[in-house]
Ligand binder design. Structure first.
Ligand code: SF4
Length: 205
């Protein structure tokens, strides 16, 4: 018998979409390392890669207008399943004026082998990019990307700068556990790129 999968879940006033469990990184602080769910949700491991149609069916059961935003996030990197996410975003935009946000590791261009920034236009109102650390060395140590011959830190940073041309709100994030010095250096780096830095609370379960 097919078990139900958690494709959408509520966090605060937002509705989160669990697009995929795929991710080319293995971040030391990833919530995937610490338990089954996030923010008290049902388990977020997907028993198969959901199609856009499955996600849209799930979204149809929600009253989208009651949420503050829809966030593509979940237990993986949404741009690993870019077409699925874009179809779901198109559906949301066709039925509601609710704002949409992508939480991403910023490696979507490497993952998809092309520049994806323009494809986000009109589909996302906000993109939150995990900066994670103020230098390439620290970034690599924390995120442990599987693309060994690529400067992922530079690619992530370039993605954030370029996506500003297509998406109204772009921000960088770091988790609070990196410490005040690194947070300050991250803030300076973000500022140089004209991007706001948000410090996220570390979720341990
Ligand atoms: S990028 Fe996100 S999903 Fe991927 S390992 Fe890091 S925290 Fe986890």
């Amino acid at each position: 018998m097919k078990r139900s999968m958690t494709l959408t879940y509520e966090v605060g006033n937002g509705l989160y979409v669990n697009v995929t469990n795929k991710c080319p990184c293995s971040c030391t602080f990833c919530i995937r390392n610490n338990g089954d769910g996030a923010y008290g949700s049902d388990p977020l491991w997907l028993e198969h890669q959901p199609t856009a149609e499955e996600i849209i069916e799930d979204l149809k059961r929600r009253d989208l207008d009651k949420y503050s935003e829809v966030v593509f996030c979940g237990y993986g990197e949404p741009t690993c399943e870019l077409e699925t996410m874009l179809k779901a975003a198109d559906y949301i935009k066709s039925v509601s004026s609710i704002k949409t946000r992508l939480n991403t590791n910023g490696l979507g261009n490497i993952i998809n082998g092309r520049s994806i920034e323009q494809e986000l236009k009109g589909r996302l109102d906000s993109v939150s990019v995990s900066l994670n650390a103020p230098t390439k060395e620290e970034y690599d140590a924390v995120t442990r990307p599987s693309f060994k011959d690529t400067d992922c830190f530079a690619a992530m940073f370039e993605f954030a700068k370029r996506v500003k041309e297509y998406v109204p709100e772009v921000m960088f994030t770091v988790v609070d556990v990196i410490g005040q010095d690194k947070i300050e250096l991250s803030r300076q780096l973000a500022e140089k790129a004209g991007i706001k830095l948000r410090v996220r609370e570390y979720i341990s379960e």
